[in-house]
Design a protein around this ligand. Sequence first.
Ligand code: DOR
Ligand code: ZN
Ligand code: ZN
Length: 435
Amino acid sequence: MYVGDRPAGGAKRRVSAVGKLVVPGVIDGHVHFRSPGHPHKEDWGSGSRAAASGGVTTVLDMPNTNPPTLTRVEWEQKRRLAAEQSRVNFGIWVGASAGRNAEINELMDSGDACGIKVFMGASTGPLLVDDATLVALFEQTRGLIGVHAEEEGVLVPFRQRYEGHTAPNHNAVRPPVAAVVAVTRLLELVEAHLRPVHICHLSTAAEVELVAASRSRSAGAGGRDLPVSTEVCPHHLFLAADQPSGFGRLMPDGTSSSAGNWIKVNPPVRDEADRLAMWAAVHRNRVDTVGSDHAPHTEDEKGLPYWRAPSGIPGVETTLPLLLTAVRQGRLTLERVVELCSAEPARVFGLKGKGAIREGADADLVVLDPQHLEAGFEPGRLHRGDLLTRVGWSPFEGMPMVAKPDAVYVLGRLVAAKGQIVDDDVRGTLTRPGE
Ligand code: DOR
Ligand code: ZN
Ligand code: ZN
């Protein structure tokens, strides 16, 4: 294997990987690294170390930081933090907000922002757009729109209905219908404007069907491919709200609790039927990418009563090990993992130098031990001691999980090996669409 900085003139270094598997580094299009604003949860140093240890060599960071990333000034502030601290390559989403479309276009046309993030329902942070703002975005801005598709108008009455309950089921408070209504509206707009949209964290069978129906409607009406791509998150593939004992632990002490704040996340972890539908969607190529939606909150914060506990779970460093565990179990091929985690994110986000191993591509590489993927190999279980995220916990603790990669290279430099950071001086670079 040859690795080097972008090897226009050939590779600079030769590394032996005899007997190993080498795959492209994971591109995680969906992380919340919390900086600026909440470094007690995560910052670019801790988040990127966690990413690298788990085989993620590029992260795209979401705008719901403090301040939120809504303007050129805020985008530059975040870029500086990332450039100083990030051990992996990074891109930075700009958040959509009313009346800022000219500024958004400047960030998109320059190729600086990796996409425009829209919250159709309120989640962590102040970002929320109404329908008029959403329509104006489709009409006035350019580039990829990424969407958190839960409809605020549906969420509000459900929230009110459960207000008196101390520990309601989060999947009842934010039910599938909120996602269905949002995705329906979104697809209407995509069909009308043929504008590239990435739907984040599909979590229900119904959303998958809506996207498939819209794609075939569009193909029928003139054969144009609908410019829609979709993401699924590991927690919607590996956790189910109605089967807590079988899928991860809900409390740090290993017991399950009706409070269940450990898996409180938006959109919620759904029931088993939806979880299985997400696997079917993966197998039938109805989802394009896997993104972690790494959204760390501390154990103290998650230990608060339901209504005060924040939504979101960490996951950037467990995506690849979880999917490799599925490979070992025969539920997924390694090729499909590479598509979902590397090749398709590179296509969706237009990252030309990434997502594949070929001459001229960036040497963002992950070395795996093929023995770990064999059916007879007994994987370990995830322990919190394996985690590099600042919050130090995972909803997947205790689950069987293939070890982190043998070696992880960012732009040709070895940054992590067997789950540990081996060179803390490595820095990634800003990844821009088209480059
Ligand atoms: O559960 C969530 N947490 N959903 C989001 O949309 C945001 C995220 C966060 O930033 O904590
Ligand atoms: Zn979201
Ligand atoms: Zn998110």
